[in-house]
Design a protein around this ligand. Structure first.
Ligand code: NHR
Ligand code: GAR
Length: 201
């Protein structure tokens, strides 16, 4: 049984999808902590509701990123993670941080990577008139949104779509995709090897 630590910054709907999959047995693991860099976000309540330790490490209380990350690493390691899940976590992580957990961190990003790394992906898709959009789960490396892609889901962009409607469609896909990827990692189907995402059947 794998230990999972989830990092969030907000609503935590992807966290909820993973909690649900742990609770219904689809994921062979347990969430040992949920950590938010923002206090009072709804994702923390979701964790508490499921009796998962819900912790806050407010990045604004640190003078620089390194001090924040040192404390974050110490907090995470208290909960002995085999897998670190970024679920709407909004702080860029240093290469030192990534190195400490290399091959054990995954992120979900709302675009069809390698397109649209970074922020405001739905807006950029609309601005460019793309007819296709989606979401990607990848292993986290030092290169922002640039680590090896594990799996993607596509959606169609309709003429009347807005940032908000795209966000809704994307999240629907994410709530199926992310628990699936976490399940694969926890049962050993998926691993990080030589800088790549590798599957065994
Ligand atoms: N860190 C590394 N090293 N590699 C990745 O692939 C990472 C990462 C940290 C977060 C998530 C990512 C996304 O899916 C992620 C991937 C935040 C920003 C950002 O600009 C960019 C990408 C992602 C998350 N953050 C601002 C910062 O200064 C703060 C923005 C805010 O607080 O609203 O850290 O999109
Ligand atoms: C998700 O759609 C995720 O792809 C995106 O934020 C949302 C978080 O929702 N992630 C990023 O933009 C990372 N920069 P949630 O808090 O409800 O899971």
């Amino acid at each position: 049984m794998k230990n999972i630590v989830v990092l969030i910054s907000g609503n935590g709907s992807n966290l909820q999808a993973i909690i649900d999959s742990v609770e219904n047995g689809a994921i062979n693991g347990q969430i040992t902590a949920v950590i938010s860099n923002k206090p009072e976000v709804y994702g923390l309540q979701r964790a508490e509701h499921s009796h998962i330790p819900a912790l806050v490490l407010d990045h604004r209380e640190f003078d620089d990123r390194n001090l924040f990350e040192e404390e974050l690493i110490s907090l995470i390691d208290d909960h002995k993670p085999d897998l670190l899940v970024l679920a709407g976590f909004m702080r860029i992580l240093s290469s030192e941080f990534v190195q400490h957990y290399l091959g054990k961190i995954v992120n979900i990003h709302p675009s069809l990577l390698p397109k649209y790394k970074g922020l405001h992906t739905h807006r950029r898709v609309l601005e460019n008139g793309d007819t296709e959009h989606g979401t990607s789960v990848h292993f986290v490396t030092a290169e922002l949104d640039g680590g090896p892609i594990i799996a993607q889901r596509k959606i169609t962009v309709e003429a009347n779509d807005t940032e908000q409607s795209l966000q809704q469609k994307i999240q629907q896909q994410e709530h199926q995709l992310y628990p699936q990827v976490v399940a694969w990692f926890c049962d050993g189907t998926l691993r990080f090897e030589d800088g790549q995402a590798v599957f065994t059947d």
